[in-house]
Design a protein around this ligand. Structure first.
Ligand SMILES: Cc1cc2nc3c(=O)[nH]c(=O)nc-3n(C[C@H](O)[C@H](O)[C@H](O)COP(=O)(O)O)c2cc1C
Length: 187
């Protein structure tokens, strides 16, 4: 039997650990900003889209309203401390690219650059958006996807070599644990 979650407990943590991305945007004045977002998901295959929930108080929101494009970069579990740090300060106060020495590479289809040290990166252009509570949900059309081929297989990440970064709560992150294969029941 399930028990109702008590007041003060965060409902959304039942959906964590959640794969985390780093959203890179181009801001007014030409500055590049980076923000981790664990509230993200693929939405459709045709067109290929990914949604990211961005708090309207973030500098990233301001940057996305300036230019409605982003790169959606996938970090690995070894980058937890850096990702946490990127989410602990605002681009309003600091140039995170300079402060954290983020290595960037030029995108092909959008202006915001990609994070060169991510294990994957997608170039996204706004497809749709919707305000929900304190966030603006941006749905990006994925124009191109890049991966570390040495870590990737036809079925996704080779987790014997690398784990995408999964966010638990606060400073807690996870890496992918053991694989579970569904049994096909005899018909
Ligand atoms: C692991 C992690 C995941 C986060 N996920 C989100 C998210 O999905 N959406 C969001 O608006 N903020 C999220 N945040 C908070 C922002 O990253 C944080 O507010 C950041 O400082 C905003 O940066 P900016 O003001 O430069 O845009 C997350 C933070 C961390 C550390």
């Amino acid at each position: 039997m399930l028990s109702r979650l008590e007041e003060g407990f965060k409902f959304y943590l039942v959906l964590h650990p959640s794969p985390t991305v780093v959203l890179i945007t181009l801001c007014p004045g030409g500055r590049v900003n980076a923000m981790p977002a664990s509230w993200n998901m693929p939405v459709s295959e045709e067109p290929p889209t990914v949604a990211v929930a961005v708090d309207r108080e973030t500098f990233t929101f301001h940057c996305l309203e300036h230019r409605r494009e982003a790169t959606i970069n996938v970090p690995h579990a070894g980058q937890a401390s850096l990702v946490y740090a990127l989410g602990s300060v605002s681009g309003r106060e600091v140039d995170k690219v300079a402060k954290f020495g983020l290595r960037l590479e030029e995108s092909h289809y959008v202006k915001p650059p990609r994070w060169a040290d991510a294990i994957a990166s997608m170039e996204g252009r706004l497809h749709a958006m919707m305000d929900v509570g304190e966030v603006r949900l941006y749905v990006f059309e994925v124009l191109a996807t890049y991966v570390r081929k040495d870590l990737y297989t036809r079925w996704g990440w080779d987790t014997s070599k690398v784990s995408p970064l999964l966010h638990g709560a606060g400073k807690t992150f996870y890496e992918v644990g053991k694989m579970v294969r569904a049994q096909v029941s005899p018909s």
